[in-house]
Design a protein around this ligand. Sequence first.
Ligand SMILES: NC(=O)C1=CN([C@@H]2O[C@H](COP(=O)(O)OP(=O)(O)OC[C@H]3O[C@@H](n4cnc5c(N)ncnc54)[C@H](O)[C@@H]3O)[C@@H](O)[C@H]2O)C=CC1
Ligand SMILES: O=C(CO)COP(=O)(O)O
Length: 320
Amino acid sequence: MNISVIGAGAFGTALAISLAAKGPVRLWARDAGQAREMQERRENARYLPGIAFPPGLEVGADFPQGSEHAIMLLAVPMQQLRGVLNERAEALDGAVLVACCKGIELGSGAGPLSVITDTLPGAPHALLTGPSFASDIARGLPTALTLAASDAAQGRRLQERLSTRNIRLYRTTDVIGAELGGALKNVVAIGCGAAIGAGLGASARAALMTRGYAEMQRMARAMGARTRTLAGLSGFGDLVLTCTSEQSRNYRLGLAIGGGREFDSGITVEGAATARAVAARAPDLGLDMPITDTVVALLDRRVTPADAMARLLARPLKEE
Ligand SMILES: NC(=O)C1=CN([C@@H]2O[C@H](COP(=O)(O)OP(=O)(O)OC[C@H]3O[C@@H](n4cnc5c(N)ncnc54)[C@H](O)[C@@H]3O)[C@@H](O)[C@H]2O)C=CC1
Ligand SMILES: O=C(CO)COP(=O)(O)O
């Protein structure tokens, strides 16, 4: 099973570096100039400066051709996934597609695997998600992630093939739970960053994390996921990582909002679109998602973090 990684950003490059220690990996970058530069310098200077590529890693701008059992890791931002699949449908034919993105598509409300089944029906697919920063993976630091596949046998094969010296994979067949865990934690992380950025304190962050987690479970249950999945790496694990580390872009966007600062709109922040997608979907599911709604209001700069927190505190008192 040869492995290609589609998308040479931080995460795709990090996965390619880690996997290349086990065997050859091809990393596809859409920009030919950048691909050439990376291949020559043996480094992704833009996203992972200072981390040398291992010999087994080849970078190129020619899209890899799928073959029976080839594995293609799709490491592009969630809102770009459908476009890439549509554009490259022919080349992807026959390959096992592993989505590596976290989020919910605006407009459709679909997660990464639903987008795959929508655009390429019948393609074997799985999701790689869970707590890990690209730079940690690329530097060989230890991580544990979730490999979700509804086909259990496929999940076992991928778990074996994609585990590396520093990526320990746990598997699940609960693809909806795994998708939602990875998507929703980013929304909570923006809220937590805003609370800390506005100086509201660590206790406020703990409250947001815990009640945000309750929202994640509520939505997961309504969509048919197992709540146990949310207690695992792709939910609780990733929530803890993302809501407490300045390595997280979602958390950093929140810090900027809380501190009244601008944030570079070119940086991938999956939680922003996901918050809007979730807020739009929740009423149809009969769900109350006050923290998600608050994050959308913060993103739109309709409330200040202090007012947002005051409103959350003023909600009717209830049982935990
Ligand atoms: N960076 C991290 O630590 C982690 C990221 N992820 C997830 O991985 C996904 C990708 O994020 P990053 O790699 O961090 O983002 P990034 O911003 O570092 O890189 C995104 C890459 O996708 C490429 N891209 C964007 N649109 C494209 C298109 N239409 N066709 C081809 N290539 C396109 C960009 O050129 C760029 O190379 C996200 O869903 C993110 O949540 C998951 C775990 C960790
Ligand atoms: O998903 C991640 C950690 O698991 C990366 O977080 P950010 O996208 O917020 O940087």
